[in-house]
Design a protein around this ligand. Structure first.
Ligand SMILES: [Zn+2]
Length: 378
């Protein structure tokens, strides 16, 4: 067994000042524990980012492979003097463990690392494969982390399921499990008019007036109806500007910057097509520039959902709500490889805040939940 219990290991990790992209020694500490327990390790550094992959067992027929994923980096502390306890001191005060990364997500990293170690220690000849993937670049631009690690690891490893330890819980541990995220698609729409003098509108075409009815229709357009697990796709304009900032000029162009948060009922192609149809319907002369920042993903495995629901029920005596709310996470880079991804971690109420904290009891229970999920899946 490991020399750490889950609370002590969480504290050790919090004490390492691993502000993105610095791992600050978190991964070497975990790697040594995993090596001691018989795991194989691969460490990959991309630019300034440390990534760790560890695995035990192998894929075979009639068995499953389960990957735990997470990050060792944390967001900056903000005004350090405003903290009740220094942000890297990992103080336990009352029922709570305080510190940057306590909830997002070092306690979960400690919990799943130790859950994996205790599983392989008690069942060294287990069927299937259990693995872990960590990065020190989740809170930053996330380009040299799981996004680069996954294609590298996928050359030799496949996974049926992935559990991301991000803080999914809302009011009590295990009340919310995330089973997917909406996609995010940016678009810049340029409406072309004809520049002219404001005193001679007959010689110009004002793109703002040309686009007015189009924008009105966008405000209530239905892109899809969503489905049981996803709300309908939403389209929001974040900025509108023209190519002129002179008061006596009718501008040549109007530029609309917008974002789709889209459900799996739509795709980049379908949204592009619908937007073009609308522009054509309003007889606009336009150009478009697209940037896909995240594909939607969606876990549908009954086997995984049942294992998670039962494990939470056994430890917390509640039934989790499975939903797809929240921003993006590294789960998007893993789901692309056909892996069924769910996110389950501690309460997210204080993440990224001053006095980030987590209930000590929740860390212990999260470790037990992860242990049960591993046993049920493998
Ligand atoms: Zn996080």
């Amino acid at each position: 067994m490991s020399k750490y219990d889950v609370i002590a290991l969480s504290q050790e990790l919090i004490k390492r000042q691993s502000i993105t992209p610095d791992d600050a020694g978190c991964q070497p500490l975990l790697a040594q524990l995993l090596i001691d327990a018989g795991f194989q390790i691969e460490h990959k550094r991309f630019v300034k980012v440390d990534n760790l992959f560890a695995w035990h067992g192998q894929e075979c027929k009639n068995s499953k492979s389960l990957l735990f994923a997470g990050h060792t980096d944390v967001v900056p502390v903000g005004d350090e003097s405003a903290w009740k306890h220094p942000p890297f001191s990992a103080v336990i005060d009352g029922d709570y463990l305080y510190g940057r990364g306590a909830a997002d997500m070092k306690s979960a990293v400690a919990a799943f690392t130790l859950a994996m170690i205790s599983f392989v220690t008690s069942q060294p000849n287990h069927k299937g494969k259990i693995a872990l993937m960590l990065t020190s670049d989740e809170e930053g631009v996330a380009t040299d982390g799981i996004k680069k690690m996954m294609p590298y690891i996928a050359k030799e490893h496949t996974f049926d399921y992935c559990l991301v330890g991000e803080p999914s819980s809302s009011l009590t541990l295990g009340d919310v499990v995330r089973i997917g995220r909406r996609g995010s698609l940016h678009v810049e729409i340029t409406i072309h008019g004809k520049q002219g003098h404001v005193a001679y509108p007959q010689n110009a075409k004002n793109p703002v007036f040309l686009a007015a009815a189009f924008i009105e229709e966008l405000s209530h357009f239905t892109w899809d109806n969503g489905n049981n697990d996803f709300p309908p796709t939403s389209f929001q304009i974040s900025s509108v500007k023209t190519s002129s900032n002179t008061s006596n000029i009718i501008p040549a162009d109007m530029i609309i910057v917008a974002n789709f948060r889209y459900s799996p009922e739509s795709s980049k192609q379908s949204l592009e097509q619908q937007l073009k149809q609308l522009l054509n319907k309003h007889a606009l002369n336009y150009s478009l520039s697209w940037n896909l920042s995240g594909l939607p993903f969606y876990s549908q495995s009954q086997h995984l959902h049942t294992a998670v629901t039962q494990s939470i029920g056994e430890i917390c005596h509640i039934k989790p709500d499975f939903n797809t709310a929240g921003g993006t996470s590294d789960g998007r880079f893993i789901a692309q490889y056909g892996v069924d991804v769910v996110e389950l971690g501690v309460i997210n109420k204080t993440i990224h805040q001053i006095d980030e904290c987590v209930l000590v009891e929740d860390i212990r229970n999260l470790e037990k939940i992860y242990q049960r999920i591993i046993s049920k899946i493998l």
